[in-house]
Design a protein around this ligand. Structure first.
Ligand code: SF4
Length: 150
């Protein structure tokens, strides 16, 4: 990977490995979200493929085949995906914001972001443990819809 590539190149100029390295592994985009006509709701409930302890997808290679609502992030669609957290490295760079000091590419490991509670590992619960009638107890955020929530 090129040195401090995230500062020297735009998202669309990154190599595949640089693109993947930008993901800090917070797992926040792997939380269940639902949209209606007015707003998107995010739940502290993890996608069935998320390894919550590691806050990493347990089947990254096959995620699109196994989870129909999982989305490939691209330089083109990131600006539309307002449901990405403000901490997300892709979202930050797309908005012209520098990576956070705790990002593993800067801090050298995930230790700082775990200590700061950026990863979902301390609060997410597996989807299989939450019956539909209890979903409302796990709402963690709501946003008005001003974008394509898909
Ligand atoms: S929210 Fe962004 S940084 Fe966090 S896991 Fe998802 S893609 Fe990676």
């Amino acid at each position: 990977m090129r040195e401090r590539f995230w500062e020297r190149y735009s998202l669309s100029e990154l190599t595949a490995s640089e693109w993947e390295a930008l993901c800090d592994g917070c797992g926040q985009c792997c939380l269940v979200r639902r949209a209606d006509d007015n707003e998107v709701t995010v739940y502290g409930v993890a996608c069935e493929l998320l390894d919550i302890k590691q806050s990493r997808c347990s089947d990254y290679k096959n995620r699109f085949a196994r989870v129909p609502y999982c989305r490939q992030l691209t330089p083109e669609n990131i600006p539309r995906y307002d449901w990405l957290p403000d901490s997300c490295a892709y979202r930050r760079l797309a908005m012209g914001v520098a990576l956070a000091d705790w990002h593993p590419l800067i801090a050298g490991s995930q230790q700082q972001m775990i200590a700061l509670g950026v990863t979902v590992s301390s609060y997410a619960v597996p989807m299989k443990e939450v019956p539909e009638y209890r979903m409302h107890q796990h709402v963690i955020a709501r946003w008005p819809i001003a974008y394509d929530a898909d």
